[in-house]
Ligand binder design. Structure first.
Ligand code: GDP
Length: 447
């Protein structure tokens, strides 16, 4: 009997206005969100470059900068001040090594950027993997100074690029850094560009979408401000690093695809204390009144209101599209069905399915055999098993070079079959990380 189900506190039913979201999206000025990871050989200047970027874009104030400078001078490492902007612990400051960069955000007119991670040390590759598994693109920092580009090539420059590619990072911005050390030599820049291009091409990166930017993080040239050094006049009309970052269109190809959004946070306190979720829309679009499906719980909810989460504060909107960070206020769902790491989609034929069995292409960091592993997809993780090593693949062509190995060594690309203890929303193209006993043992892409 319907009467008993009608309670006074029932929120009003929300109806979709059936807005042509993609049409509206094209009409208005919008701000995208993009995540990137910073990679490259130790001492290439990654931290300095990112510190400079944050400082120039006023994501960090002069007073804080002065404090860092003073601290750096106190231990005789003045030039490290910019790098310190990004470092958290004092221990790593004293050692002068950047271990891990926490989340750092900055804004340009077009885009809200998040720097996910930047390891400065060989042992910290797994950190980069965790960051890169959510990255839209990578900034590869290269040290242009004499001898150092060459030792970087033998070191982590190629390794990091290959890693990024293995876990699905499609686009690179190559920052050819420390150009001040080679007096902005065009020959040096072109030579580095040629060598890197042939390597990147062999690694199946698309060179057309790869930008090469000569810069000096330490002197702040070609980061936000174009370089003024007369020796760099050959680059007069070239892009700055910020322009290259800003030319990234994270959402263009994702807009017409079915809705996918990974839940970041679940909280109360929205409209009339409603249940709300925040996250970034990875594909598709949504609008107020839409019904959504949450996986793995397979529960439905209605979007009652939504805010765009951006630097202008929360902006109330009727709709949002891929690439935007949103807060959705929901009706008709109990909080027990919502968790950080869940995936939101539209119910119907294109909804994401919970799966327990799938194949993946994995780059190994440890010896792998058929073994128990925890599978991480963003913040979602579930116990599972590598049930079979299907074959070892050629790193550059992805062809099978050895079928059914008994064991896989570190740094091999392998196709594995995975079984999970319970069904979770994972689909082809998704990036996953495999961990065992607290170690990252592999990372790659679902096939
Ligand atoms: P990371 O290990 O890649 O994060 O490198 P850091 O940012 O810690 O920089 C390593 C060293 O290179 C430090 O001494 C920096 O001051 C120096 N450095 C960084 N960028 C530049 C640059 O553009 N020009 C010059 N001359 N030195 C730089």
């Amino acid at each position: 009997n319907g009467v008993q189900n009608l309670s006074i506190s029932d929120p009003p039913k929300i109806k979709s206005k059936n807005i042509d979201v993609l049409g509206e999206y094209k009409k208005v000025k919008h701000k995208n969100a993009a995540n990137f990871v910073v990679i490259g050989h130790v001492d290439a200047g990654k931290s300095t470059l990112m510190g400079r970027l944050l400082f120039d874009l006023e994501a960090i104030d002069q007073r804080t900068m002065d404090r860092y400078k003073k601290e750096a001078e106190n231990i005789g490492k003045g030039s490290f001040a910019f790098a310190w902007v990004l470092d958290q612990g004092s221990e790593e400051r004293e050692r002068g090594v950047t271990i891990d960069i926490a989340m750092n955000k900055f804004d340009t007119d077009k885009t809200s950027f998040t720097i996910l991670d930047a390891p400065g040390h060989q042992d910290f590759v797994p950190n980069m993997i965790a960051g890169a598994s959510q990255a839209d693109f990578a900034v590869l920092v290269i040290d242009a100074s004499p001898g150092n580009f060459e030792s970087g090539l033998r070191g982590q420059t190629k390794e990091h690029a290959l890693l990024a590619k293995s876990i699905g990072v499609q686009r690179l911005i190559v920052a050819v850094n420390k150009m001040d050390m080679v007096n902005w030599s065009q020959d040096r820049f072109e030579d580095i560009k040629t060598q890197m291009s042939s390597f990147l091409k062999a690694t199946r990166f698309n060179l057309e979408s790869t930008a090469f930017i000569p810069c000096s993080g330490l002197q702040g040239d070609n980061i936000l401000q174009p370089v003024t050094n007369p020796a760099a006049s050959w680059y007069k009309s070239g892009q700055t690093l910020v322009q290259a970052l800003d030319s990234y269109e994270p959402t263009a190809h994702n807009l017409d695809r079915p809705l996918r959004m990974t839940v970041g946070d679940v909280f109360r306190g929205g409209v009339q204390n409603s249940l709300s979720i925040s996250g970034r829309i990875e594909a598709g679009s949504l609008q107020v009144g839409d019904q959504i499906l949450v996986q793995p719980s397979s529960e439905k909810a209605t979007i009652r209101a939504l805010d765009l989460d951006n630097d202008d504060g929360d902006e109330i909107r009727e709709w949002a599209v891929a690439g935007q960070n949103v807060i959705l206020h929901l009706n008709d769902i109990d909080p027990i069905h919502l968790r950080s790491g869940d995936v939101v989609c539209a119910p119907g034929k294109d909804q994401i399915q919970n799966t327990t069995d799938f194949a993946a292409q994995i780059l190994s960091f440890a010896h792998l055999t058929p073994m128990n592993v925890d599978i991480h997809r963003g913040r979602l993780h579930v116990p599972g098993r590598i049930s079979q090593l299907v074959g070892i693949l050629d790193k550059k062509t992805a062809d099978v070079i050895r079928k059914k190995p008994k064991i896989v060594k570190p740094e091999e690309v392998v196709r594995v079959a995975i079984e999970l203890e319970r069904g979770v929303p994972i689909e082809a193209g998704g990036r996953i990380v495999l961990r065992s006993q607290g170690e990252t043992v592999g990372a790659g892409i679902v096939e």
